[in-house]
Design a protein around this ligand. Structure first.
Ligand code: KG4
Ligand code: ZN
Length: 353
């Protein structure tokens, strides 16, 4: 089956072609980062309009790269949520229009399920069960994964997501949007240990996270340094370093706890923040000590992309799941309401509960 995958939940237009026999054939991404940078964050209406401009040319682009035509497509998967509703509507409308014209099934995919399954596209894919650390701009979750659609939420952030904390810290340090990669780059120049930031919620049992206190601590440190006339480049780098160390430590402590509590020995890390090199290195050190393994996608498939949606959609389309005639756009959508693979539901992926 040849599946066209479409991702338009936020500020990247991602398209890919995944063949269930041959694997990933082609993918293309257009990032709107430069357009939103002037505003310091994503402007939803501009995002939707730009997806309208870019989506069909990108579809033609991947078909050309894979030497296929629209008539070769056997199914279409698009991100149905969570995300910006206008942006989601663009992907859903194009997917349904193409599906109707070509007479092929269409399926709305959960964006975080896409992230979660992205490491399956790599040479050494993880086997089930595994513990997934989902760390993106909107989510920080630990999930026990027994199979596709078999998700047990172990813990999540009670306030800001890890990526959001990176983005807000970037703003405090005068760095451009999106902040995560910029904070990580600045942190490399920092002196470890000059500042020590708190590791929130690590001193009590449980697998939930909280990053808003860390954000306030960072803001106070920036303000104190500014008032003391010390907010030079080195101090900014030292603050970035201390912030990154605190986030990485916190995530590693909770991942270790999740492995210990469940007895599972495979850890998957997914979502934009999983591109962070310090986090990868720290998790590798931790799993080595616990005779466990860690898996993640290549950096370009950690952040938003069409390949992960094509892959996740292909698995569910193969199991017979598909949308009805409705275009799905679900801004908030808990992942544990998704049906498992062995219970194909004709009405699609949105829980009727
Ligand atoms: O998964 P993603 O592309 O979009 C969402 O679904 O949210 O994640 C984007 C988030 C942003 O907050 C961005 O700052 C963060 O991932 N991010 C990083 C890095 N690369 C992206 N955070 C820390 N270090 C990075 N290298
Ligand atoms: Zn994402």
């Amino acid at each position: 089956m040849l599946i066209l995958g479409i991702e338009t939940s936020c500020d990247e237009t991602g398209v890919a072609l995944f063949d269930t026999g041959e694997g990933l054939l082609a993918h293309a991404l257009y990032s709107q980062v430069a357009m939103h940078a002037d505003y310091g964050g994503v402007v939803p209406e501009l995002a939707s309009r730009d997806h309208v401009r870019k989506l069909l040319p990108l579809c033609d682009d991947v078909l050309a790269k894979a030497s296929r035509t629209r008539q070769d497509i056997d199914g279409i998967a698009y991100t149905a949520g969570p995300g910006l509703v206008g942006a989601l509507m663009v992907g859903g409308s194009v997917a349904h229009a193409l599906g109707y014209a070509l007479g092929v099934p269409v399926l709305g995919v959960h964006h975080m399920e896409g992230h979660l399954l992205a490491p399956m596209l790599e040479e050494r894919p993880p086997a089930f069960p595994f513990i997934a650390l989902l760390v993106s701009g909107g989510h920080t979750q630990l999930v026990k994964v027994d199979g596709i659609g078999e998700y047990q939420l172990l813990g999540e952030s009670v306030d800001d997501a890890a990526g959001e904390a990176f983005d807000k810290t970037a703003k405090m340090l005068g760095l451009d949007y999106p902040g995560g990669p910029q904070v990580a780059k600045l942190a490399e120049q920092g002196t470890p240990g000059r500042f020590r930031f708190p590791r929130p919620m690590t001193d009590r049992p449980g697998l939930d996270f909280s990053f808003s206190g860390l954000k306030t601590y960072t803001l106070n440190t920036v303000n104190d340094a500014r008032e003391a006339g010390e907010l030079d480049d080195q101090t900014r780098a030292d603050i970035a370093n201390a912030f990154e160390a605190a986030v990485v430590d916190t995530l590693v402590i909770k991942c270790r706890r999740a492995l210990e509590e469940t007895g599972v020995r495979r850890l998957v890390m997914a979502g934009g923040v999983s591109a962070n090199r310090r986090l990868r290195a720290a998790l590798e050190t931790m799993v080595a000590k616990h005779r466990a393994e860690v898996f993640y996608a290549r950096p370009e498939f950690c952040t938003d992309n069409g390949a992960m949606i094509a892959y996740a959609g292909a698995q569910r389309l193969m199991a017979g799941q598909r949308d009805g005639d409705r275009i799905l756009a679900v801004p908030r959508w808990p992942m544990d309401t998704l049906p498992p693979m062995n219970e194909p539901r004709r009405e699609g992926l949105v829980s009727q509960k």
